[in-house]
Design a protein around this ligand. Structure first.
Ligand code: GDP
Length: 217
């Protein structure tokens, strides 16, 4: 029987809360927050929109908001955060430094942050910026889940092969605490899988009781 994840309903009613230029402008640091990160053009806005059935992330793309932390309310205790897209070649260096400081301040201090979703274009995975995020998540013991986006750009077999290859590289470089899946916004591929992760992190679904695939035996 398919267990309905309560996160689905919450995602459908997600609503823009506020944009923050500094950590002090963020909403009260309580409850559960999941942040979405990714290199510019990785498909972060499309993934957020697909997961929430709304055009939420359009807000984050409006001029003046792209360098801000954009918060979306799911319920009184739960929020999604769209982090500024990083690594955009046209962004001047001082802005990149500002981005880094700003993001570090948020990541380093946010107690309600329960996990990070990192978007990577399946055709360009593990960029140097992804490395930075991975290093940080592992060092901070922050749960991370990766969406390999635009999976529809490859044939299914090739997408699966890439998934396995990136999983291997990830294990080698950062251990086995980080999970990963295929995702496609136009095909709505991987939506339930990603929502299940959100639900678990936000204490809406029990953690799986069966031993993980990686368990011995
Ligand atoms: P962001 O900069 O990370 O927020 O990226 P966007 O979500 O704006 O996507 C960048 C470009 O990639 C846009 O042209 C999207 O239409 C396209 N895109 C995003 N996700 C997908 C996907 O899953 N499949 C395909 N084919 N294109 C996608």
């Amino acid at each position: 029987m398919l267990v309905k994840n309560p996160i689905m309903g919450l995602c459908q009613q997600a609503d823009f809360m506020l944009s923050a230029a500094k950590v002090e402008q963020c909403p009260d640091d309580e409850g559960y927050e999941v942040a979405f990160a990714g290199r510019s053009n990785a498909g972060k806005s499309s993934a957020l929109n697909t997961l929430t059935h709304a055009s939420l992330a359009r807000t984050s793309k409006t001029p003046g908001r792209t360098q801000l932390l954009n918060f979306f309310r799911l319920d009184d205790e739960r929020r999604l955060v769209d982090l500024p897209g990083y690594g955009y070649a046209k962004v001047p260096i001082p802005l990149k430094l500002h981005w880094q400081r700003h993001l570090e301040a948020y990541l380093g201090s946010r107690r309600s942050l329960v996990g990070l979703i990192l978007m990577m274009d399946i055709r360009h995975p593990l960029t140097e910026f992804d490395h930075l995020m991975l290093d940080w998540a592992v060092a901070a013991q922050m749960p991370m889940h990766i969406l390999l986006t635009k999976a529809d750009k490859l044939a299914f077999g090739a997408a699966k092969t890439t998934l396995l290859k990136v999983q291997q590289d990830l294990r080698r470089g950062w251990g086995d605490s980080i999970s990963m899946q295929l995702f496609s916004a136009p095909k709505r591929m991987g939506v339930e899988e990603a929502q299940a992760v959100l639900g678990r992190w936000m204490h809406l679904l029990d953690a799986p009781t069966a031993p993980s695939e990686d368990a011995e035996g």
